[in-house]
Structures are given as C-alpha cells and as structure tokens.
Design a protein around this ligand. Sequence first.
Ligand code: G6P
Length: 608
Amino acid sequence: MCGIVGYVGGKNAQDFLISGLKRLEYRGYDSAGIVTLNAEGKATLVRAKGKISNLEEKLAQNKTSDKIGIGHTRWATHGEPSETNAHPHKAGPLYLVHNGIIENYKELKAELKDFEFKSETDSEVLAALIESFYRDGNYPLVNAVVQALKLVKGTYGIAVISELQPEEIVVARSGSPLVIGVGHDETLIASDASALVGHTKRAIYLNDGEVAVVTAKSIEVKTLNAEPVSAKVEEIETNLAAIQKGGYEHFLLKEIMEQPNTLTETLRGRVNAEQGTVHLGGPGLTEAELRKIQHLVIVGCGTAYHAGLLASYYIEQFVPEITIETVIASEYRYRNAYIPDNSVALIVSQSGETADTLACLREIKKQGVRTVGIVNAIGSTISREVDGGTYVHVGPEISVASTKAFTSQVIAMVIFGLTIAQAKGVRSTMLRPYISEIAKLPEEIAKVLSEAEEQVKAITKKYHELEHAIYLGRDTAYPTAMEGALKLKEISYIDANAYAFGELKHGPLALVDDKYFEIALLPVGELYDKAVSNLQEVLARGGKVIAVTNNDKFDLPVENVVKITTELEIFAPILMNIVLQLFAYYITVAKGLNVDQPRNLAKSVTVE
Ligand code: G6P
C-alpha cells in the first residue's frame, strides 16, 4: 500500500523519482508527489491527485536539477484522495513520505497543539511529531526521527529530508518494506526492488526496527536503540525485461501469457517425472518431520487464499490421514484457533508483505507451529520470517490482479503435499499421475493459451454489458470458480460470485434471470455427470450459460462453450482457470477499463 522512493547522488533526482514511482504505481495510484532540494536546501514540492501521469504533467512546469529528493504514490487510508492529502507532507523544514498506518495518530495529534495541520492524514502527524523534536534546527535529523518513532504505534516505511541538511535522507521501517539501492556515488530508496532495476544491482533490505541515514556515498544503519547494524548488501535478481510489458498492451496479458515459462521456473529442480519423485529443499523439514505431519493450516488473502483452497483439495486426495484448514488471514488472526500438534502452517503470499498474512504468521509462530512460506517476492518480510519456504519464482507480478502467481502457488503447494506423501510412504503408483501431470502442465498451459484466446475474445463481446455473473464448479473446479469470479470482479467491476454446483438449489438458483450470466466449469472426471445435472437446473430456468469443459463431446444447449483439449485430467481446473483469466481480461478490455490498475485496489496490501 503506497510506494515510496528517494534519491541522493549526482544525477537529476526528479528523473529517478518519477521513474521509480511509475514502477511502484501498482502499490497505489490515487495521488502522488515529489519533493526535491537544491544544494542550499530550497525545496520544490509537486503533488497531484490521480495517477503518476498527472504528477508528471505538473512536473513539466516545475523542472529542477536538484540532486536529492523523495516521492510517494498513495493508496488512501486516512483522508480522501486529494492533493492536500498527497505526500510528501511538510512540517517546518522537513518533508516526509510514509507507507503504513500510524494507529495512535489521534492521540499524537492532540499533543501537537501548535502545529497547523493541513491534511487529514495520519502521515502528516508523524511529520509534525518529528519536526517537534527537530525544531531548533541543530538537532541531527536522525535523532529527531528516532525520538518520534519511539512514540508511534502502527506500521511505517518512511523517508524524511530536511531543508537544513540537503545532503541526506533518513529512512526507517516497521512493518512496511524499504529497500536501499547501493549505487556508485548515489543511493536510492524504494518500497520494493523493482524500482531500482536498471539503476543498481545491489540492495540493502531494511529490517523492522531499523533506521538508516543515507547520503550519496554512505549508508549508516542502526536500530531504534542506536545499536549499529552491519547491513548485508544483496544482489537484485530481477532484470529490466521482467518489469516491462514486453510488447503486450497490458501487464495482465503479459503475465497470463508468461505462465508456461513461470510455471517451468516453479518446477525447476523440484519435479522428476521419470523417477516419479519430487524434491523441495526450502521448507527445511526432515523426512521424519514430514512423516509426522497430520494437519496443515494454509493462510492467505485474496488470490493466495484461493490458491491454498485449491491446493488443499488436491493434497487431501493423496496424503492419508491429514486434515487441512485453509483460512483467510484477516479472519484467522483474531480467531484464537487451536492448532494441534504435528501441524505445519503454509503462509501463501505473492508479495510476501500482506499485513494480515504477516500478522497470522507471527501469531502462528507464537504457538510454536512450524511455518513454511509459499512466496514470490524474494527477500520480502514473510519470506524472511517463516521457518522455511519455497519461492514460486514467477518473477515480478505487476498487474494488480494476480494470475501467474496463483498457478504456481497451487502447484508449489501440491508439490509440498507430494513430499509429505513420499515421506509417509504413499505408494508411488498413487503419486505418479500427479507428478506426471505437473511435469506436463507448462506445455498444456501453452496449448490452452493458444487454443482459448480467440474463443474467449469472441464471447466476451456478448457479455461485457451484463452486471452480474455466477461461477459454478464442483470439487477442484469450485475453488477455481472462486478465483475466476474474483478475477472478473476485481478488474471488470462485474458483480461475480462463485458457488459450489451442489449449493445452487439452496439459494443461488433464485438469482438466475436475464441480468445474470453463468460460467459453468465442467472438467471430465468422477463428478462430471453430477455437475451436468446441476447445470441442467440452470438451463431449465433460462440461464445464459458459458460452459468451460475438456469434454470434446459436450453438446448441452448452452449459449457458449469454451472447449479445451488436454490430456490432463487431474489438473484440468488449472487450465480452466487460465481460460477464466483470459475471460476477465478481455471483458475488461471490452469495457474500456484500466486493466492493470483497477479502481480502489492495490497490489500489495500492507495495512490491516
Ligand atoms: C491484494 C491483491 C490480490 C492478492 C492479495 C494477496 O488484494 O490485489 O491480487 O491476491 O492482495 O496478496 P499477496 O501478495 O499476499 O499474495
């Protein structure tokens, strides 16, 4: 939530700040701002409501050659999106950008009686608080920042500069990510490493409770208690191509199309189809520990939650005597739920920064339960705090709606389930079909992508004006339907909900009328006939049905059908999900909406 950037060095600060903000725009896009200082400390502050492009237009009239500055792209929490509420916030000679939430801002504000607040934000309160310690101008900025942060409850990633010290930036983090890019005679700041790509390959990931003073030539990291930290400089693995659209009109389409490759990366070195075995090093569990597992808790939000749900359906099929509970992180963290002995918690998160998921991880660790991360963003907070983990390695996912991460999260968790099954001595004949289908999946996804795209495009034109959709599936196709419905509502704003086919008659059937359309997932398998019977109930009531199936003999009188040809049976729902991703994409394009940055949403939700 919110992206922050900073620059100090020999180049034009505005150039990096604006390009960095564009890369972070996925984190929030309701307003943005930049402040730079010249060598004498004179500030140029430019803020704009709306997208970074609005800020860019305003900057054209306020060009500077300043060599130090900070910037921010906002996702509103306190106060409506407006120029006044946009960051950087000014307090005396100080400017601050903040990502996170100051929970006790009201109490702090009440104490800051002589400060004239201009915005409704919690962040301006933090700026004013720091300034109250800095006021006489000869107090080192970092000390004022530390004094203020000791009084703060909540989460923050901040960058602060002062007109009186126009050669340094003070940054700090607690609960919101902050990366320091180490350049040649320049230092860069960003909420995530993608903003640094192309500028430097070396980065320091600040930990919670750390504060740093950075200049063009130095980086000094300390704890809030003034203990020096010898920060580790790490290599940024992302390359420029991974964060560009690569010829596609939208990141979402690029990310959907990338899935044959990204899934191949997830599988690399982990699946041996010839031997019929899987191997995962990252979770760090011994054979004996894997054998003992009797219970899995899978935690996530949004798409990550759906990935967990789908994986649980699969893992239950082949791991004997195991219970699996897949939970929504924002609920679970307050449930006081009992986790039995011999449990492992899988913490699923693309960004590795989602506040609710992170809070759950911390709660679960308090109970002494072993935690395993299923994370994409390398070096993210969750990946650092779990006991062990598996990166899904899908590269940067930039479009707000998650696609390629979902596919790889499901399969990574299934592979984890297979390692448990192997350790428990499940017969290899039982596991082989799963392993062999997983190995074929990237190729099958490529086939579906080329086969389904035109079919989907043709259909979406007929439905984009309807306002309601019902997604239906049974068994593994049910979590798939949930994810499909989420994708559609996130980006096209069509009110889409998913139901288990068997639940139709208990309520949702009453909705079927000409304002709705229904998407029926019909994978060939044990429950195919039952799903078809449920579908007949919809057809009998005049439902406008789009069927998605891998049954080449499918001939029910539905309005439209998307047929996929695949030799896979177990993982056909994963292929159907790819169809649903394309469907959501093309409907949104037909509606002329912003595909990559849907209204009100952000990619990485670092607030509760
Ligand atoms: C946000 C995103 C979703 C994502 C969810 C969880 O809501 O818009 O696409 O599924 O957060 O994110 P995570 O990074 O933890 O997977």
